[in-house]
Design a protein around this ligand. Structure first.
Ligand code: ZN
Length: 172
């Protein structure tokens, strides 16, 4: 059984079974992982309050077949989560594979949340998307101005107007 202590940014959290939760997070040391939070749905869970989407936490994990969260410490929280911060979180959730640490991605993600601004251009570059040479998925026009999280595709201004606001990440 391996134990890890690493900084992490929470991407999402969902229920599993009667009592547990699963936290999906991007960690500095391990990249994106899912960790089980035993008893996370109980009202007195000591871990749950620290694990909110966009939250920055130091976590202790054990790995034995799967990751289990055993402790979460919260440094001073990010000042505020803006719509841009939430879109950054959505982008990382949509595009990063699990279990692949990437220090550049970690630093960019952390910095964009700390500064409460979206830095989608840099994130796209790190994740291997070339926004400069992409063309609109619907009409073929360039330049593209936004990315649809649910479609995993780029669109121009005009075609992107049909998408819902919550699904959009602006390219710059
Ligand atoms: Zn278009």
């Amino acid at each position: 059984m391996q134990e890890y202590v690493t900084d992490a940014i929470v991407l999402s959290i969902h229920s599993r079974g009667e009592a547990d939760r699963v936290v999906d997070c991007y960690t500095k040391q391990l990249g994106r992982i899912e960790a089980r939070m035993i008893g996370g749905r109980k009202p007195l869970s000591k871990l749950s309050p620290h694990c909110v989407p966009g939250g920055f936490v130091t976590i202790r994990l054990v790995e034995k077949n799967q990751f289990t969260l055993i402790d979460a410490l919260q440094p001073p929280p990010f000042r505020r989560l803006t719509p841009a911060s939430l879109r950054t979180i959505a982008l990382v959730r949509a595009l990063t594979p699990k279990g692949v640490p990437d220090n550049r991605l970690w630093e960019t993600l952390k910095q964009s949340l700390e500064e409460a601004k979206g830095d989608a251009g840099t994130l796209f570059r790190i994740l291997g998307y070339d926004t400069a040479s992409a063309s609109c998925e619907a009409c073929g026009d360039t330049p593209v101005s936004l990315f649809s999280v649910s479609h995993h595709e780029f669109f121009c201004d005009r075609c992107g107007a049909r998408l819902s606001e919550g699904d959009i990440v602006y390219c710059s």
